[in-house]
Write a protein that binds this ligand. Sequence first.
Ligand code: GDP
Length: 369
Amino acid sequence: NRHADICTGCGARLQTESADKPGYVPAAALDREPVICQRCFRIRHYNEAASVAVDQDDFLRLLAGIAQTDSLVVHIVDLFDFEGSLISGLQRFVGANPVLLVVNKVDLLPKGTNLNRLRNWVQQQAKQQGLRIVDVIMCSAMRGIGFERVVQALEQHRRHRDVYVVGATNVGKSTLINRLIRDYSDLDSELTVSRYPGTTLDAIRIPLDDGKAVIDTPGIVYPNRLTELVPRRVLQALLPEKPIKPLVYQLNERQTLFIGALARFDFVQGERQSFTLYLSNALKVHRTKLERADELYAEHAGEMLAPPSKAELEEMPAWTRHSLQAPKGKKSDVFISGLGWIQVNGTSGAKLDVYAPKGVKVLIRDALI
Ligand code: GDP
């Protein structure tokens, strides 16, 4: 009796009666080897087909196609790399279709962070970018935080239309879609991979029970994020998986912080004040005097100052300098795309120099936290 079998994917008891209960497998698929439930089968199928990435030009061509549909567009951004993962110009390409902004990875923020304030911040930034959004949802696809809100918002805003999911690489799009498949898709119809007309690019259609579908588009590659410029091993260190433990440094002017050999932060001029670093906990920070910084880097880059290692540094672009001025009267962040940000806690202004691999987006913004 195969009904007593256990799904080798999730461990649920296999059953053929209720598609909406764990362990469901259509009777016809019972002799598949190894026997896994419909949900696990789909998640596996999705993960095999996913992870397609495209450059901006191809992506914008796909987006132009979305404008001709009547659909809901779900734009997933990474809270940890907000400016790096927001698709600029999205509004122009989606036409009249509404955009739902899903901000992923909220689990990374230190405990006690005010999510409402954050949401306002996101709304403000999106507006400045010219995005008209119907709603902002904060969630963690990995931890399942806020996920009911994601499903609720999808239902509320899609009104029996298709849903296009768009996002840059590494924002957690496949993690989120895996959850959608588990909790939300129509288990009786088949997950399919189709191609965009005129391209070789795959999109994955995840059927919903009203005949419509969630359509997962390829991840867009933005080369101005550090996460796109580092070798694979360094990427693991950059992408935080656990809540960030902020590092606070009291600095006098003419002091320097090295973040591994990934970036350098010079406090050039200003009153003594504190700076808070929001980075992956796997990275090490080294403090020195500004006049010693060049020498320290020349001697220790790739060793004491790491990651990246010496060999990995050779695969990366050289640094360029960004001269920035933190404004007076409010707190701001120095944002380094893909690496994190440094909050300037003083409000008396500060002259700063930031060094980062050429091409990485570096900017001053209103403080997130
Ligand atoms: P995709 O390229 O957008 O499909 O992104 P993935 O789903 O492959 O995720 C990229 C990285 O982000 C992986 O290392 C995930 O473990 C991580 N990730 C995804 N969702 C979350 C989340 O909610 N919180 C955290 N901390 N990490 C996440």
